[in-house]
Design a protein around this ligand. Sequence first.
Ligand code: ADP
Ligand code: MG
Length: 249
Amino acid sequence: MADAILSLQNLSKSFGALKATDDVSLDLKPGEIHALIGPNGAGKSTLINLISGTFPPDRGSIEFAGSDISALAMPARARMGLARSFQVSSLAHEFSALRNVMLSVQARQHRNYRFFGSVMTDATLLDPANQALERVGLASRAHVPAAELSHGERRQLEIAIALALGAKAFLLDEPMAGMGAEGATILTQLLSDLRHEAPILLVEHDMDAVFALADRISVLVYGRIIATGSVAEIRRDPEVKRAYLGDHE
Ligand code: ADP
Ligand code: MG
């Protein structure tokens, strides 16, 4: 089995008396989509926040791309290629999809401020930005302002930005939320392809998407992982059925 790109060891996090994350260990391997499911309040978003560095764990450690990142702040983790979506608010809505990608790359490169005119003709920004848009299926929408993109297209744009920034792994917290059927289908296909470039830890309520996409599923209940396995294993696990799946069968 390939070495994990992301590995959590015995993570715990309490909010007051509430154990939101309770001794969680899991990993993400190259090429896989590892889905994290569980009822509302199970601690899925808390876990994503711990991994991305929004707040520190009380206990436990996080390894990413061969380093212990437990003590790193969020921007440092992001610079290493740990991509957390979807922060749609980070888009500049008045600018085109292409310009959004280019500005993100430029910002990451800490270059001196330049006028947009020169940014837009800089091949070192333009070429990777166009490739990233092509990669997510937005090439024909490159010059459309972000504000005019559909909800699903904005999520594609966020992924393009993450790819242009060199994402090595994705943390996606309910990417299907608010999507229409068509958008969900497009995003499902995109994520399915994307796993081979950058594996995905996928928190998702849409069980159709989870069952279609996941290589492995971990089930979180009251902050604890009660099962990890393949789609088939999780679907027939009696404890999972009782605790969570219920009538998703
Ligand atoms: P999920 O994403 O699985 O629905 P969350 O991780 O958002 O669950 O929440 C897990 C529990 O932790 C919930 O009871 C929630 O109210 C609590 N919680 C989450 N974030 C905070 C916070 N920043 N401060 C206090 N309580 C929190
Ligand atoms: Mg959540």
